[in-house]
Design a protein around this ligand. Sequence first.
Ligand code: COA
Length: 332
Amino acid sequence: MPIQAAVLAGLGAWLPPRVVDNEELTRRLDTSDEWIRTRTGIHERRVVDPGVSTVDMAIAAGRKALRSAGSERADALVLATATPDHPCPASAPQVASGLGLSGIAAFDVNAVCSGFVYALATAAGLIAGGVAERVLVVGSDAFTTLLDPADRTTVPIFGDGAGAVVLRAGSPDERGALGPFDLHSEGELAELLVVPAGGAKQRVSDEPRDHFLVMRGTAVFRQANARMAESSLAVLDRAGMKVDEIDRFVGHQANIRILKAVARQLGLPEDRLVVNIERVGNTSAASIPLALADAAGDGSLRAGHRVLLSAFGAGLTWGSTLLTWPDVTVEP
Ligand code: COA
């Protein structure tokens, strides 16, 4: 039997209703709307209310993706998240049950902001190996739950949300077929973006800050610029494609300056960048599917467009993949 490709057949996204704009942040942090807009491109972000979790958001986005695919069926669920509801167990089985899919294979992938691209590759492997025919891939992160509310270097950057796609077995020549993939990591630089406590190395800490995300922003910025550009070129090379064949670049929405710097390095015109960071901030594993849903919803991403997805995150991790956009409908 020929190897089956993973073909994108449905897309959905969900954002918490609570909007926190930059102005609101200036009332509790030593920052300004002007600084946040010019240094990051972010105007506002969505934040979960207490009690709303990564699983809740994943179920809401997953339900929309299944409806978009026109079938409630999936044989496996891969959840990309760095903010599972509990340190143990994984959150994916609860997402599957919440969607009426109890019994299917379900597990988490943690590659932080690169998680969605890693989860797509994992799902494509399940399909290629004949383990599953339809896989729901969800990126869901309640990243604001990791932040020190008094830390002006992280609070303006991150937001919460979820996005999901259905992948089905199909032919590599079809619209929507994913691949090739390019994935990498560099554990030597784990401390650039880290929550020091709460894991096996330091279960609890008397220092509350150890339970919050600590970020060395400028070093992360430089790495993201270089790695997303490198990986984009690598995946194009593997596909035998040139940059000017790409119609839409959907990069992880970490900072508008990073997206523009990557476009500059690639020689890609800025009007091919998909950008929604101004309204959502950095939503970690949800970033790419949220950007896809926004662009497909407003018509800037259309069937037949050749799309490059590229992500970078803590770990460090980074990776890219390609697809030709299929004819999918997205609910608002
Ligand atoms: N408001 C106002 N000033 C702030 C601020 C804020 N929210 N946060 C930092 N500053 C100050 C700094 O203290 C510094 O002041 P100083 O020059 O007096 O020391 C100045 O602004 C510049 O800070 P710096 O960190 O050098 O700015 P930068 O250009 O690197 O931008 C980030 C900061 C965080 C926006 C940028 O580094 C970034 O986006 N990094 C990547 C983050 C990211 O994407 N993380 C997730 C990866 S998936």
